[in-house]
Design a binder for this molecule. Structure first.
Ligand code: HEM
Length: 344
C-alpha cells in the first residue's frame, strides 16, 4: 500500500507517484499518519470532496470546536458569517496602499547578502496580517505587535511565545466576544505560514525569468502568482475529511467513517482540470464552505510583494541552487522553505 505523504522533491515540484496514482488509481487506499485513508488525486474528485457535505471536516479532526475550519455546517456557516463580509476583495483593496508601503520599505532594506524569509517574507506577512486583523477587530495594527512573536517561524522560547499569545488574546478580547475571537484567532493562525510559503515559491518562480521584466506588469504578476499556487499549493498536506455516510467516489464505494485526503497539489496538475476562464482554476485555496477566508488578502499580498521586489531589487538572485533548499518541517503542516539565501 502507498505510504502517505509521498516525499517532497524540488520546492516547486511534486512526487511523480501522485501522477501515477491519478492515472491508475485516483481514489487510492493509503497508509497515513492518521491511519488508513483514501488519497484523492483527480481534480474533479477533489473538488467534489470539498463541496459535498457528506465529507465532514469536523469528524476528521479531534478539535472539539471553536476553530472555524474544524466545524461543520450549520455551526460553521454561523461562525463564518461573523467575519466574512470583512474579508473579501473590496475590504482588502483598502489595505493595498499600506501593504505597498510596507513591501517597498522592506524591499529597499534587503542587504547585499540576505536570507529572504527573515529579511522580507516574515516581516511583510506579519505587518500586513496585523493590518487586516486590526481592521477586522477595530484596533490599530501596532496594537497587534505580539502577533509577530506568536507566529514567527524562527525559534522563540516557548515561554516567550506563550506570553505573546496571552497578550495578543487579551488585546483582541477587549474588542470582540468569545465566539468572534475564536474565528479571529483562526484567521491569525491561518494567515501567516501559508503566505510565507507562497512568497518563497513565488520568488523562486519569478527568479526563473528576468525579475525586472515583471515591473509594472500587473497581469503577468497575477498569472505568475496563480500558476505558482497551482503548482505548489502551500496547504496541500493539511486537507482532511471523513465520510459521514457511504459514498461513491471515482468509481469506488467508500464506507461511512472513511478518512479522505483530497490532494490539491495532485489536482492542480491533473491534465483534465478546467483551464482558461477566471484566475484561480486551481484548488490552492480549497473550495466549498471552507474555501480560504484569506484568499483575497493572500492574492493581494503576493502580487504587491512581487511588484515591490521587481521594482526595488531588480538584481535579486538566489545564492544557492533552489533544489538544495529545505523546509521548516516535513510533517502534515504548511511547511515554508526554512531559508532562502539571496544576493541583490
Ligand atoms: C497563499 C496563502 C494561503 C493559502 C494557500 C491558503 C490555503 C487555504 C486552504 C486550502 C484552506 C481550506 C482548508 C480545508 O478546506 O480544509 C484555507 C482555509 C482557511 N484559511 Fe487560508 N490560505 C492562505 C492564506 C490565508 C490567509 C492570509 C488567511 C487569513 C487572513 C487565511 C485564513 C484561512 C481560514 C480562516 C480558513 C478556514 C476557513 C473556513 O473553514 O471556513 N488563509 N486556506
Amino acid at each position: 500500500m502507498t505510504r502517505y505523504p509521498l516525499p517532497r522533491p524540488h520546492p516547486l515540484g511534486i512526487h511523480p507517484g501522485y501522477a501515477r496514482l491519478r492515472e491508475g488509481c485516483p481514489v487510492a487506499r493509503v497508509d497515513s499518519p492518521y491511519g488508513p485513508a483514501w488519497l484523492i488525486t483527480r481534480y474533479a474528485d477533489v473538488a467534489a470532496v470539498l463541496t459535498d457535505a457528506r465529507y465532514s471536516r469536523a469528524a476528521a479532526t479531534e478539535d472539539d470546536g471553536g476553530i472555524l475550519l474544524n466545524t461543520d455546517p450549520p455551526e460553521h456557516d454561523r461562525l463564518r458569517r461573523l467575519v466574512v463580509a470583512h474579508t473579501g476583495a473590496a475590504a482588502v483593496e483598502r489595505l493595498r496602499p499600506r501593504a505597498e508601503e510596507i513591501a517597498t520599505t522592506l524591499a529597499k532594506r534587503i542587504p547585499a547578502e540576505a536570507e529572504f524569509v527573515s529579511a522580507f517574507a516574515e516581516p511583510y506577512s506579519h505587518r500586513v496580517l496585523a493590518l487586516f486583523v486590526g481592521h477586522l477587530v477595530g484596533l490599530p495594527a501596532g496594537e497587534l505587535s505580539p502577533m509577530a512573536t506568536v507566529l514567527t517561524l524562527a525559534r522563540v522560547p516557548d515561554r516567550e511565545r506563550a506570553a505573546a499569545f496571552a497578550e495578543l488574546r487579551r488585546r483582541l478580547r477587549s474588542q470582540v466576544d468569545d465566539e468572534t475571537l475564536a474565528v479571529v484567532l483562526n484567521i491569525v493562525f491561518g494567515g501567516h505560514a501559508a503566505v510565507v510559503a507562497a512568497l518563497g515559491y513565488c520568488l523562486l518562480a519569478a527568479l526563473a525569468e528576468p525579475l525586472p521584466s515583471l515591473t509594472g506588469d500587473v497581469r503577468r504578476i497575477a498569472e505568475l502568482v496563480e500558476e505558482t499556487l497551482r503548482l505548489a499549493p502551500p496547504g496541500d498536506r493539511t486537507l482532511l475529511r471523513r465520510t459521514l455516510e457511504p459514498v461513491e467516489l471515482g468509481g469506488r464505494e467508500l464506507p461511512a467513517g472513511a478518512l479522505v485526503i483530497p490532494s490539491i497539489a495532485a489536482a492542480g496538475r491533473d491534465p483534465d482540470r478546467p483551464t482558461g476562464g477566471p484566475a484561480g482554476r486551481h484548488l490552492a485555496f480549497g473550495r466549498g464552505p471552507h474555501a480560504c477566508l484569506g484568499m483575497a488578502l493572500a492574492r493581494m499580498e503576493l502580487r504587491v510583494a512581487l511588484q515591490a521586489l521587481a521594482e526595488h531589487v531588480p538584481g535579486l538572485r538566489p545564492a544557492v541552487s533552489p533544489a538544495t533548499l529545505r523546509r521548516t518541517c516535513e510533517e502534515l503542516a504548511v511547511s515554508p522553505l526554512a531559508g532562502i539565501p539571496i544576493r541583490v
